[in-house]
Design a protein around this ligand. Structure first.
Ligand SMILES: NC(=O)c1ccc[n+]([C@@H]2O[C@H](COP(=O)([O-])OP(=O)(O)OC[C@H]3O[C@@H](n4cnc5c(N)ncnc54)[C@H](O)[C@@H]3O)[C@@H](O)[C@H]2O)c1
Length: 271
C-alpha cells in the first residue's frame, strides 16, 4: 500500500536542514511548492537555507533547534503552525558519528551518537505525530544510511548501530502509520558529498577499514530522490543501485558475504 503525498502547499519540517542532505531536501520540497521550516543547531546555516528557498520564490522559515532537546522541536512545531499552519511532513535528518577502533570508543561517544541519531526520533514522534494522526495524512522521512543496511566500516560502530536501529524503526513506524494514512520514507544513502566530516568525533588511533565501494553522489541528487519518494509514497530510498545489489548479495549467501568482507580487511586497527 503506497500513500502518495502532494507536497504543493504542505508544511514540511527538516531537521539538520542547514547543510548537505537536509538542505538539499528542504530545497527540493520547496521546488514542489512546500512551505519549509528549516531546523538546525546552527542558526546561520538554517537561515541560509531558508533564504535560498525564499530567493527562488518559495516560502521558508528558519528555527535554531537542537534535536537533543524536545522543547526545541516543540518550538519548531509551534512556529511552523503559527506562520504556515499544521505540519504535514517531518524529515528527521540529523546524524553524527564517533569514529575509532572499537576498543577506543568511550561509552559517552556511543551515548551521544545513539541519542542524536535514534532517541531524537522519539522526541520527533512525540512532538509531530499527534497532528499527522489527527489529520489522517502526512509523511515522515527518516534519514538512515547504507550503514543501516550493511556493516559499512568497523571504525564507526555507534553509527552503524544507530542506522541499523533507524531502519528497523522506520519499517515498524511504516506499519503503524500507513494504515492511518501517513507515509514513511527511509533514506539509506551511501556516500554523499556534504559537510558530514564536521559531525565526526575521533577516538584512538586512525584505522583503515575497507568499506563497500559505492559511487558518491551530490546532495542535490539525494534531495530530489527524497522529494520524489514523498510524492510517490515510496518507503526505501538508496542513493545508488550498488547499495541494494550488495544487500541482495548478502541475502543470497550471508556467510559468504561476511567472509568476503573479513578477507578484504587487511590491517584492522590501522597497523
Ligand atoms: N554524507 C553522507 O555520505 C551520508 C551518507 C548516509 C547518510 N547520511 C546521513 O545524512 C544525514 C545528514 O548528513 P549530511 O551528510 O547532510 O551532513 P551535514 O554535516 O552536511 O549536515 C548536517 C546538519 O545537521 C546539523 N546538526 C548537527 N547536530 C545537530 C543537532 N543536534 N540538532 C540539529 N541540527 C544538527 C548541522 O549543523 C548540519 O547543518 C545524517 O543523518 C547522516 O548520517 C549521510
Amino acid at each position: 500500500m503506497t500513500i502518495p503525498f502532494q507536497l504543493d502547499g504542505a508544511v514540511a519540517v527538516v531537521t539538520g536542514g542547514g547543510s548537505g542532505i537536509g538542505r538539499a531536501s528542504a530545497m527540493a520540497f520547496a521546488r514542489r511548492g512546500a512551505r519549509v521550516v528549516v531546523g538546525d543547531i546552527d542558526r546561520e546555516r538554517a537561515q541560509a537555507t531558508a533564504a535560498a528557498i525564499v530567493e527562488t520564490g518559495g516560502e521558508a522559515l528558519a528555527v535554531r533547534a537542537d534535536v537533543a532537546r524536545e522543547e526545541d522541536l516543540v518550538a519548531v512545531r509551534d512556529q511552523a503552525v503559527a506562520q504556515f499552519g499544521p505540519v504535514a511532513v517531518v524529515m528527521s535528518n540529523v546524524g553524527v558519528l564517533a569514529m575509532g577502533p572499537p576498543e577506543s570508543l568511550p561509552v559517552e561517544a556511543w551515548q551521544r551518537v545513539l541519542d542524536l541519531n535514534v532517541v531524537s526520533l522519539a522526541r520527533a514522534n512525540r512532538v509531530f505525530l499527534p497532528a499527522l494522526l489527527d489529520a489522517g495524512r502526512g509523511h515522515v522521512v527518516i534519514t538512515a544510511s547504507a550503514s543501516g543496511l550493511l556493516a559499512y566500516g568497523f571504525d564507526r560502530l555507534p553509527y552503524v548501530a544507530s542506522k541499523h536501529a533507524l531502519v528497523g524503526v522506520a519499517e515498524s513506524l511504516a506499519l503503524y502509520l500507513g494504515p492511518q494514512g501517513v507515509g514513511v520514507t527511509c533514506l539509506c544513502p551511501s556516500g554523499v558529498a556534504t559537510n558530514i566530516v564536521e559531525q565526526i568525533s575521533f577516538h584512538g588511533p586512525a584505522s583503515t577499514p575497507r568499506a563497500p565501494d559505492h559511487p558518491i553522489v551530490d546532495a542535490d541528487t539525494v534531495g530530489e530522490l527524497v522529494a520524489d519518494a514523498v510524492t510517490a509514497g515510496r518507503f526505501l530510498v538508496v542513493s545508488v543501485p550498488e547499495v541494494l545489489e550488495e544487500v541482495a548479495e548478502r541475502a543470497a549467501d550471508p556467510e559468504a558475504y561476511v567472509q568476503r568482507r573479513i578477507a578484504e580487511q587487511s590491517h584492522p586497527g590501522g597497523g
